[in-house]
Design a protein around this ligand. Structure first.
Ligand code: SF4
Length: 359
């Protein structure tokens, strides 16, 4: 791991980042970075951000964050697994894959009433967005009726809706958009170069195709990835480059720290330094200034101090509730206490997405 010294980032000639984004330099240059939303980031620029001294990187990320968002507000989403286990895909990090023995049993799609009960509870607990995940390669047409009832029911509660159901055809995306689904989550997981180490049952291009269908349908895109899977810093930079060079940045960018689950092939992977995870959040914030950057899986193992640094780096969304899809998450009371200690307020339930500048 190498860190650029301050002198490396002072002049445009020395560092590819500095053409538009000088740091440790004039306020005017910082302002330029804070205002700009770019879709033409190069791998070298992104790598140079990763390589900055930690304090410089966090300062830049925080400056960008403050320009585009209220720095003391964090959006809370609640995630429910509406169809657990038995997935035909072979994502090496996932306990729900049928390829691995993890003790997660295959279940049927939950019924609509049960989902609605969970959504009401999530709203009462302060969540403004309700995310529903199904362990499918892609949804079957026979399930779409129930899926649409769930979307419409949760929306009627005044919550934002998000679903992650695997790959979508253009027609399925259009149907979900018509039903009023606000966000569709489909992660790229990692860089294109590292992708083949993690998943073999569908390609990177398959993922991009689904994202394109979602974008074309008019729904908001939720797309991020996972770090700590044994990838390199260049792979992390590559993953963020894919996201930051999309014609329109995903509105929501979940950054997950791998939760190692016994039985999955990634169990035993070297633990990623938490400071590198925080760097990844900070770089995501700088690259995609208008997006909600979500501190997602892996929070349960993080200290309060590490999470505070993630917020300082520009994370402004979390999953709340003691369970994610199948893995643990901090207790709601614990999150409330942390928000109190940090003076962070959650975004209100009906509050629309609103960025101050840029796109
Ligand atoms: S991450 Fe999603 S697609 Fe991959 S195995 Fe798990 S449930 Fe299936």
């Amino acid at each position: 791991m190498s860190y650029a010294s301050q002198s490396d980032v002072q002049t445009p000639a020395e560092n590819p980042v500095t053409g538009t984004t000088v740091i440790g330099s004039s306020d005017a240059a910082l302002q330029t970075e804070s205002n700009g939303v770019r879709n033409d980031w190069s791998q070298a620029e992104i790598r140079a951000l990763f390589d900055l001294p930690f304090n410089d990187l966090l300062f830049r990320a925080q400056a960008v964050h403050r320009h585009h968002f209220d720095a003391n507000r964090v959006q809370k989403s609640r995630l429910l697994s509406i169809k657990t286990g038995g997935c035909p895909e072979d994502c090496k990090y996932c306990p729900q894959s049928a390829h691995f023995e993890t003790g997660v049993d295959a279940e049927k799609l939950m019924n609509v009433d049960a989902v609605m009960a969970q959504a009401r509870e999530a709203k009462d607990g302060g969540a403004s967005r309700f995310c529903m995940g199904a362990a499918w390669r892609s949804p079957k047409d026979r399930d779409m009726g129930a899926i649409i009832d769930m979307v419409q029911g949760v929306k009627a509660l005044g919550m934002e809706t998000c679903m992650t159901l695997g790959m979508l055809s253009g027609a399925q995306a259009a149907r979900l958009a018509e039903a009023g689904l606000d966000y569709y989550n489909h992660n790229i997981d990692t860089s294109e170069e590292f992708y083949g180490e993690i998943i073999t049952t569908r390609t990177y291009q398959d993922r991009l195709d689904t994202l394109e269908h979602v974008r074309q349908s008019g729904m908001n895109v939720c797309c991020g990835g996972i770090v700590g899977m044994g990838e390199s810093r260049d792979h992390r930079a590559g993953m963020l480059m894919t996201l930051a060079t999309m014609p329109k940045h995903p509105e929501s960018v979940p950054i997950n720290m791998l939760v190692q689950v016994e039985g999955t092939p990634l169990t035993g992977t070297d633990q990623l330094d938490i400071l590198e995870f925080i760097r990844t959040i900070a770089v995501a914030r700088i690259l995609m200034p208008n997006s909600f950057v979500r501190l997602s899986a892996g929070r349960e193992a993080m200290t309060d101090e590490a999470q505070a640094l993630c917020f300082l780096a520009g994370a402004n969304s979390i999953f709340c509730g003691e369970k994610l899809l199948t893995t643990g998450n901090p207790e709601v009371d614990q999150d409330d206490a942390l928000f109190d200690r940090l003076g962070i307020e959650p975004y209100e339930v009906e509050e629309p997405y609103e960025a101050e500048a840029g796109e």
